[in-house]
Ligand binder design. Structure first.
Ligand code: HEC
Ligand code: HEC
Length: 179
């Protein structure tokens, strides 16, 4: 089935939205669809991540049609909680911060703010650059300040090893590295 016919088949069903519990009930089918595409894109998933197919409602292509009103997938329920949470964060908190932050650069929280294309928000890892600077400072403090700039760049690449070694062995390790 082509993307286009997928879209038309889904559009036809969208007009009958009748189980909206958190989205505004006066949304048009098109607006529901646009919201859904944003959610799916923000999580990096397809519609069937939250919606079930109805085996009793088989389309002309022989495949079951989606039953978008059905609530049996936990992820659909979670998405409702997430939507309400996001709305509340913006209404009760982010909007207040925006009022104080006069630069006009304020952005509301969206699904994508946390999810960034992943089903589950990824753990944040502090960028390596900062690790390197922090560790280099610790090394310098321990080993006394040395001529270091090039060595630190080289050590940066080996930091995953270095991190496991006692600080006092770092000076020896450093001599073994080729810069
Ligand atoms: C992250 C979960 C999630 C994804 C992905 C998702 N949906 Fe939904 N969808 C929901 C939730 C939750 C509702 C109910 C909203 C409410 O209760 O107000 C809903 C409702 C709908 C409805 C209205 C059903 C009715 O009768 O009330 C349609 C139609 C729909 N989705 C289509 C889609 C399409 C098409 C896609 C893919 C582009 C999609 N959804 C992707 C969670 C999702
Ligand atoms: C403030 C950050 C944040 C925002 C905003 C957010 N989420 Fe989430 N979301 C999370 C976290 C954290 C989890 C993991 C919760 C857990 O452990 O079950 C999660 C989990 C989920 C899951 C379950 C995923 C899985 O694999 O079990 C769904 C579905 C989901 N979010 C949908 C949404 C949708 C749709 C929106 C926007 C309407 C949204 N989220 C907005 C933080 C966020």
């Amino acid at each position: 089935m082509s993307q286009g016919s997928h879209r038309r088949a889904a559009d036809a069903q969208l007009s009958a939205a009748n189980n909206l519990q958190v989205l505004p009930k006066d949304l048009t089918g098109r607006q529901v669809r646009d919201t859904m595409e944003t959610w799916a894109g923000s999580l990096g998933v397809h519609c069937d991540f939250c919606h079930t197919a109805d085996p009793k409602n088989v389309g002309p292509n022989g495949r079951p049609r989606m039953n978008f009103a059905d609530d049996s997938k936990p992820d659909k329920q979670i998405a409702r909680i997430m939507y309400s949470m996001t709305q509340q964060m913006n209404k009760d908190y982010v909007s207040k911060a925006m009022d104080l932050d006069k630069d006009g650069m304020g952005k509301p929280v969206t699904c994508g703010t946390c999810h960034r294309g992943h089903e589950m928000p990824e753990e944040f890892v502090i960028p390596r650059e900062e690790h390197r600077v922090v560790r280099a400072e610790a090394r310098n403090a321990a080993a006394g300040s040395r001529r270091d700039t090039g060595a630190e760049l080289a050590l940066g690449r080996h930091e995953f090893v270095i991190a496991l070694w006692p600080v006092r062995r770092v000076a020896r390790a450093r001599r073994r590295l080729v810069y």
